[in-house]
Write a protein that binds this ligand. Structure first.
Ligand code: PGA
Length: 252
């Protein structure tokens, strides 16, 4: 059976108040309820997570955190553990987003965080992607290195519990994705890389695309990019645009 497309709304550090977050969530929820056949996940700033999830009684939208500590508890000022995030009713946690990597997160951190998320019985959405693309294909080496690190402590039987989000950093925040054909090639590369380390079952791993996913290009990317979903940044904080994107995703 074909997997339902997974559309993840990464709100990043938006909006400024809980009141606005509630408004955006209500609009997102209404849009999600109108579209069948897709799974919608909202990743708000962690401080809004419990307030939104606690008030939501529906089933159409799941919640995610945007980051997590690799540690279980203790003296880690400012950090949140996977157990705390789970307690706030999140099902997913984004790990290794390029904006976190840019502020110092290493492959070793991503490896430990992935393990912490799996141990809490949540789904990690591991972000990989190159900063820039040269002609000689170095971007494949970058992605391979990131994947191998992230999956280093993931057992073969667990690989399909992970979602891989490929996000070329050069597309993030823009309006145009990379060509779906190029994504198709990357999706095959990602699966092959993980089949080599984690066996055949990694063929059915969920690979999603992020970086300038919009209501204009979502349909083409889901139809031709060999991906089972999208990680959406700036368009997800514009309720109208996101509703249009969900309709597109639901139409494929
Ligand atoms: P964007 O961000 O949709 O604004 O490009 C995607 C992301 O950074 O996850």
């Amino acid at each position: 059976m074909k997997k339902k497309p997974l559309v993840v709304a990464n709100w990043k550090m938006n909006p400024a108040t809980f009141r606005e977050a509630k408004k955006l969530f209500d609009a997102t929820k209404r849009a999600a309820e109108k579209v069948r056949g897709i799974s919608v996940v909202v990743a708000p700033p962690a401080i809004f997570l419990r307030g939104l999830s606690g008030a939501y009684k529906g089933k159409r939208v799941a919640f995610a955190a945007q980051d997590v500590s690799a540690d279980e508890g203790g003296a880690h000022t400012g950090e949140l553990s996977a157990a705390q995030i789970k307690d706030a009713r999140a099902k997913y946690i984004i790990v290794g987003h390029s904006e976190r990597r840019a502020s110092g997160e290493s492959d070793a951190d991503v490896r430990r965080k992935t393990r912490a998320v799996l141990d809490a019985k949540l789904t990690p959405i591991i972000c990989v992607g190159e900063r820039e693309r040269g002609a000689s294909g170095e971007h494949f080496d970058v992605v391979r290195r990131q994947l191998q690190a992230a999956f280093a402590d993931v057992a073969s039987g667990e690989a399909t519990r992970v979602v891989v989000a490929y996000e070329p950093i050069w597309a993030i925040g823009k309006e145009e994705t990379m060509p779906p054909r190029a994504m198709h090639e990357m999706a095959i590369f990602i699966r092959k890389t993980l089949v080599a380390t984690h066996g055949e079952s990694a063929m059915s791993l969920s690979v999603i695309y992020g970086g300038a996913a919009t209501e204009e290009n979502a349909g083409a990317m889901l139809s031709y990019g060999d991906v089972t979903g999208l990680l959406v940044g700036h368009v997800s904080i514009d309720a109208q645009r996101f509703a249009a994107l969900l309709r597109e995703a639901g139409n494929i």
